[in-house]
Design a protein around this ligand. Structure first.
Ligand SMILES: C[S@@+](CC[C@H](N)C(=O)[O-])C[C@H]1O[C@@H](n2cnc3c(N)ncnc32)[C@H](O)[C@@H]1O
Length: 237
C-alpha cells in the first residue's frame, strides 16, 4: 500500500469536512449532491417500497441525505461507509439536521473491510473512493462484490479516478500523483465491462476534472479523468 498516498487522502478529507459545511455555497464539491446519482434515484426508485442503498465512501452524506429524503418515505434505507471518524460524526450531525435519522445508518470502516452481503442492495454508490484502496486486486474484488451485492434490477453507480496526474502549481512541474491505485481510463473501462457482462450499461464516460489544493504546505494542481459508470443488473444475473 502506498502509505503516503493514503495519508494525503485522509488529511485532505479531514480538513475539508472540518472546515466546510455541507450544502453551503462555496464549500467546494460539498455544495450540492451529485446530479447523476440523484437522477438515478428519481428515475428508478421513487415510490418503490423498502429500497436499500449502499453508499461506499459516503463522506458526510452529500448524496446519502438527499437519497434518504426520496426513498425514506417508502421504507427505504441508506447504509453509509467511510473510514474517517470525522466523516461519520459529521454525517450523523447532518442527518439530524435534515431529519433523516430514521433512514440512514453510518459505519466507520474502510471499504476493504466492509462486507457487502450478496443480493442485498437496490442501488450501490461508489463515488470517488475505489482507487483509494490498498491495491488494485482489492479494488477489483470490491467491484465484483458490488456486482454480487446488487439485487435484480438494481443499479450500480461508480465514479472513479483514472489517468491521475499532479503538478506543482507554482512551477508547473509534474510530480508523483500519490494515487493508491493507479489505473488508466482504458483499463478501468475494460475491467468494468468485463465484470458487468450481461448488465445494461447506462453510462460509461470520461469526465475531465482538476482541482488545486494545499498539500504539505504547497499548492498542487491535481488533474484526472473521472470514469462515470452506471449499470443495471439484468434478469440474467
Ligand atoms: C472524494 S470523497 C467523496 C465523498 C462522497 N462519496 C461524496 O460524493 O460526497 C471520498 C470519500 O471516501 C472516503 N474514503 C477514501 N478511501 C476510503 C476507504 N478505503 N474506505 C472507506 N472510505 C474511504 C474518504 O474519507 C472520503 O470521505
Amino acid at each position: 500500500m502506498k502509505k503516503r498516498a493514503r495519508e494525503a487522502t485522509r488529511i485532505y478529507h479531514k480538513k475539508l469536512y472540518s472546515d466546510k459545511k455541507l450544502f453551503q455555497k462555496g464549500s467546494s464539491w460539498l455544495e450540492k449532491p451529485n446530479a447523476e446519482i440523484i437522477a438515478v434515484v428519481k428515475n428508478n426508485f421513487i415510490g418503490k417500497k423498502h429500497i436499500k442503498v449502499l453508499d461506499l465512501g459516503a463522506g458526510v452524506g452529500r448524496n446519502a441525505i438527499p437519497i434518504a429524503k426520496i426513498i425514506g418515505k417508502s421504507g427505504g434505507k441508506v447504509t453509509c461507509v467511510d473510514y474517517l471518524d470525522v466523516a461519520i460524526d459529521k454525517l450523523n450531525e447532518y442527518v439530524k439536521e435534515h431529519n433523516v435519522g430514521k433512514f440512514i445508518k453510518g459505519f466507520v470502516s474502510s471499504i476493504e473491510d466492509f462486507i457487502i452481503n450478496p443480493n442485498t442492495y437496490d442501488f450501490i454508490v461508489a463515488h470517488s473512493v475505489l482507487t483509494h484502496t490498498r491495491s488494485k486486486e482489492k479494488m477489483v474484488q470490491i467491484i465484483k462484490d458490488i456486482a454480487k451485492g446488487t439485487r435484480k434490477n438494481g443499479i450500480v453507480y461508480i465514479y472513479m479516478i483514472t489517468n491521475s496526474r499532479e503538478f506543482d502549481s507554482e512551477t508547473g512541474k509534474e510530480q508523483d500523483p500519490e494515487a493508491e491505485v493507479e489505473i488508466n481510463f482504458k483499463e478501468a473501462s475494460a475491467l468494468l465491462k468485463d465484470i458487468y457482462k450481461g448488465w445494461t450499461i447506462q453510462a460509461l464516460k470520461k469526465i475531465p476534472y482538476e482541482e488545486k489544493y494545499k498539500k504539505r504546505g504547497k499548492v498542487v494542481r491535481w488533474q484526472v479523468d473521472y470514469l462515470l459508470f452506471i449499470a443495471k443488473a439484468g434478469i440474467t444475473r
